[in-house]
Design a protein around this ligand. Structure first.
Ligand code: DC
Length: 221
């Protein structure tokens, strides 16, 4: 549609580097990054804090006052940027995001954030190119080997002051992959028309350059 917002969809498994790559691509191209995982995580955080059952979670969506300010995430006036990244929230989000009512409820919010994104949207998630924006202008499937993703996650966790074993981190990555790929609704899979970008052994700059080039070609069409 002429004049509609440019959408770059970046899907892929946990730890492939989607967040940092999406942020860097958005900065380079003057686009707005929309981290859809943060939306699922925020909803899950509220549900954990309130001790809700699965059946009660969708009701939270009616007045979910979620805001992004750059890379910071707020629910109402409260900043939850760090609170949504704990191991407990990560694991529970993988489960909560498999609930069909949750996925359906978040569809419109994600589409609105994409359509309203200043300069175009870099939308990162698991089902952006398959479900949320099947007509996205460019679709990237960003991946890396499970071992490489575990190594990166370990470095992040060590940077944050925790020292888990490599095998534990790898097992947790594999468990989340398994959940995300095998759930009945909108499982993680590579869209047929997506470009597969494997970041194993590449620097973030190389991956960003590759994706920026794809967008520039699409914009020139
Ligand atoms: O990208 P992330 O690690 O912040 O995602 C957290 C969880 O949310 C992960 O288990 C997959 C799920 N998710 C999803 O199902 N669909 C999305 N569009 C984004 C995230």
């Amino acid at each position: 549609m002429p004049g509609s917002t440019f959408i770059l969809a970046i899907d892929g498994p946990a730890g492939a580097g989607k967040s940092s790559i999406a942020g860097a691509v958005a900065r380079r191209l003057g686009m707005t990054r929309v981290d859809t995982g943060a939306i699922y995580r925020s909803l899950t955080l509220l549900s954990l804090e309130r001790g809700l059952t699965d059946g009660e979670i969708p009701a939270l969506l009616t007045d979910l006052d979620l805001r992004f300010e750059g890379d910071r995430v707020f629910i109402g006036a409260r900043e939850v940027t760090a609170a949504i990244r704990t191991a407990e929230v990560s694991e529970e989000t993988s489960r909560v995001s498999a609930l069909p009512a949750v996925r359906a409820g978040l569809l419109e919010l994600q589409r609105r954030l994409g359509r309203e994104a200043a300069g175009g949207a870099v939308m990162e998630g698991r089902d952006i190119g398959t479900v949320v924006f099947p007509d996205a202008d460019v679709k990237v499937y960003l991946t890396a080997s499970a071992e490489e993703r575990a190594r990166r996650r370990l470095l992040d966790l060590e940077g944050a002051g925790t020292h888990p074993k490599f095998e534990e981190v790898l097992a947790s990555i594999q468990a989340r992959d398994d959940n995300d790929r095998h759930r009945a609704h909108a499982p993680l899979r590579q869209p047929e028309d997506a470009v597969r970008v494997d970041s194993t052994g590449k620097t973030p700059e190389q991956v960003v350059d590759e994706i920026v080039a794809l967008v520039e070609v699409a914009r020139a069409r």
